[in-house]
Write a protein that binds this ligand. Structure first.
Ligand code: SF4
Length: 371
């Protein structure tokens, strides 16, 4: 495990961040400086296509404009970062510090042909899932669209430059290929900013990642699932289920008492019917809690009518938690029961256990050290 502290922003807290602007807003800022609209497009391209982190890099802008922009703006709202690399170099986690001192986590996972980024949508989380490190501190605030986009652009720049960095395995693509909103926070609880960020991430004139390469994971805020069905973007939907019945699920995922399992599954069915998209259910297996054969049978019974896939994930253990991961043998048995009942299921590998790569774990560790 290697830990490195990086300076990622200009470190000037009093300045606004360009990444918090839409192209229209940026065009207004540029017009206010007496420059034509095409300058805004040039800046936009520097930020989203070349991942510029300073105005000095924007070589085709007049020097006076670069100076004026630098006097009032920073590009990224991220201030500094602590990066932790796993021993095999295939997983790295970054703890970003924001302008107001809040911290968020982003995890990069390298696979053979994919570079998957797990990003945060909120500082903290209000959902209170009992097995989750992020839940323990509650919600601090929503992230802005710029703070969400900035996590992706940080790693896009890092990967583009990574040929010079020996710890990473570099015989694979040097771009972000997949983004999952499974880091800190409930994305549906910060709907407006998340979707503003998603539109920029998928816009061909901005970051331009294919919508099918992005997955939004929710604990199941039903009205927002219905809203997502009307967004017209092919973003994949994942639902963190973790239990097949209300008694158990409400004890693990408290929001279940507002949106019970059967209502949630009915909403997912409506979503699939409307979008013709398969939904993924996440099921974190916890030893002796939700991993029995009887629960696998019950889960299969509820999911078999749905167009879905189940990702079974042995829990990432967190310090001082009563929840422990299910053994490999019991995990295999659970998955086998689902498959034998016709429910597509795979075991998702846990990544980065030694670097606290589970949601909220690094932030929690940092808060403990600071206390
Ligand atoms: S598991 Fe996700 S939704 Fe639940 S508390 Fe943690 S971050 Fe929030």
């Amino acid at each position: 495990m290697t830990e490195i502290t990086l300076n990622v922003g200009a470190g000037q807290k009093e300045k606004s961040a360009l990444l918090d602007l839409s192209l229209e807003e940026l065009t207004e800022v540029v017009a206010g400086l007496g420059e034509p609209a095409y300058r805004a497009r040039q800046i936009w391209e520097w930020v989203y296509k070349h991942f510029a982190v300073s105005f000095d890099e924007m070589a085709n802008l007049p020097k006076t404009l670069r100076q004026e922009l630098a006097a009032g703006w920073v590009i990224s709202p991220l201030q500094s970062a602590t990066r932790i690399l796993s021993q095999d170099g295939d997983t790295q986690k970054v703890l970003f510090r924001l302008a107001d001192g809040q911290t968020i986590e982003t995890v990069l996972m390298l696979y053979d042909k994919r570079r998957t980024l797990c990003i945060s949508s909120q500082a903290g989380c209000a959902m209170g899932c009992t097995f989750c490190a992020t839940a323990q501190g509650g919600l601090a605030r929503n992230l802005s669209a710029g703070e969400i986009v900035a996590q992706v652009l940080h790693f896009a720049r890092y990967l583009a430059n990574s040929a010079a960095e020996p710890p990473m395995n570099l015989e694979r693509p040097t771009s972000v290929t997949n983004v999952v909103l499974m880091g800190m926070g409930e994305p549906m609880h910060n709907y407006r900013n998340v979707w503003s960020a998603l539109r920029r991430l998928t816009d061909a004139d901005a970051f331009g990642l294919g919508a099918r390469h992005i997955t939004l994971s929710t604990v199941g805020l039903i009205p927002m699932i219905e809203r997502m069905a009307d967004e017209g973007l092919q973003i994949a939907l994942a639902v963190s289920l973790h239990a097949p019945n209300d008694a158990l699920r409400s004890s693990l995922v408290p929001i279940n008492s507002r949106y019970p399992v059967d209502d949630l599954l009915a909403a997912v069915q409506r979503y699939s019917a409307k979008t013709h998209r398969r939904v993924t259910f996440e099921y974190a297996l916890m030893q002796g809690i939700n991993d029995s054969p009887a629960l696998a049978e019950e889960l299969a019974g509820k999911l078999s009518p749905l167009l879905c896939h189940v990702n079974v994930i042995p829990l990432n253990p967190i310090p001082d938690s009563p929840f422990q991961p299910t053994s490999d043998a019991d995990t295999a048995r659970f998955v086998e029961i689902l498959r034998s009942r016709g429910v597509a299921a795979t075991v998702r590998l846990r990544r980065g256990i030694e670097i606290n790569a589970g949601c909220g774990q690094l932030r929690q560790a940092a808060q403990r050290m600071a206390a």
